[in-house]
Design a protein around this ligand. Structure first.
Ligand SMILES: C[S@@+](CC[C@H](N)C(=O)[O-])C[C@H]1O[C@@H](n2cnc3c(N)ncnc32)[C@H](O)[C@@H]1O
Length: 252
């Protein structure tokens, strides 16, 4: 069990902190698989989302620089489908070298922030769309980007998401993904639910609102286990806070 974990029971939760058990009242139960709560959270977080990229922390900056280098080499000269693009942080970087990018997100609020960045109109298109309905996204692609997204996909849906993503990209497409490692003390309290294979984080926004969001973590072994069977040329980079990877979708 992690140093800090929480389990749900009606409006109470049992919380473990550093091996000690505490009972906490007034914890909301989530009945769905977390997808609606996630979308609601990001709608509200949009105005403050980019703060994460402004952290004055040399370790994070160094890891983001390594991930950026990999991402640019993946999308260079390619037609890119970016899933869950958020405020367009990675879209902006990709737009410097990609032939075209269709960047989708479920949140109009996130896309509004992205739109205000006035990225290149000749190769970037933002579309409000669902990552679980990629067949509805227009365009043909030979590269895919999904940053800080797979941690938000329920484990029960991960294989089907990857399969649909790869199908949409086609054979021998290049793919870049990155996400967080579980770093204790960062990103809110770590939560577990009995009977759920997913894990969660308790996040607080600037307005004081609290949100329980799905957040699954993968170490490099799990990443290899997940991606190696469905890809070629898998390369995994890792640091303290983040992992990043690239691969090529299978072809005949
Ligand atoms: C952690 S943010 C990542 C944003 C961006 N990729 C980045 O790395 O900065 C997760 C994003 O997923 C979006 N999202 C949540 N559910 C989604 C869904 N079903 N389809 C598409 N996007 C979704 C949220 O609106 C949010 O912008």
């Amino acid at each position: 069990m992690p140093a800090s974990a929480r389990f749900w029971r009606r409006d109470e939760a049992t919380v473990w902190r550093n091996g000690e058990k505490h009972l906490v009242k007034g914890v909301a139960l989530e009945q769905d698989d977390g997808i609606e709560a996630l979308e609601r959270y990001y709608r509200m977080r949009a105005p403050e989302y980019d703060d994460i990229y402004a952290r004055a922390d040399d370790v994070r900056r160094g890891e983001l620089a390594s991930a950026t280098e990999m991402m640019k080499s993946v999308v260079d000269g390619r037609r890119v489908l970016e899933v869950a693009c958020g405020t367009g942080f990675w879209t902006h970087i990709a737009s410097e070298v990609a032939t075209k990018i269709v960047a989708i997100d479920a949140s109009s609020e996130m896309l509004d922030v992205a739109g205000q960045k006035k990225l290149r109109a000749d190769n970037v298109t933002f579309i409000k769309a669902d990552a679980y309905r990629l067949d509805e996204v227009p365009g043909t692609f030979d590269a895919g980007v999904a940053s800080f997204w797979v941690s938000h996909v329920p484990k029960a849906r991960l294989k089907s998401f990857l399969s649909a993503f790869h199908q949409r990209l086609g054979k021998r497409a290049s793919v870049f993904m990155m996400d967080n490692f579980n770093t204790p003390g960062y990103g809110g309290e770590f939560l577990c639910k009995p009977g759920s294979q997913d894990t969660f984080k308790l996040r607080e926004l600037a307005d004081g609102s609290k949100h329980t969001i799905i957040k699954n973590y993968f170490d490099t072994n799990k990443l290899r286990y997940l991606f190696a069977p469905v890809s070629n040329q898998l390369v995994i980079g890792s640091g303290t806070y983040y992992w990043w990877l690239s691969y090529v979708t299978k072809g005949d």
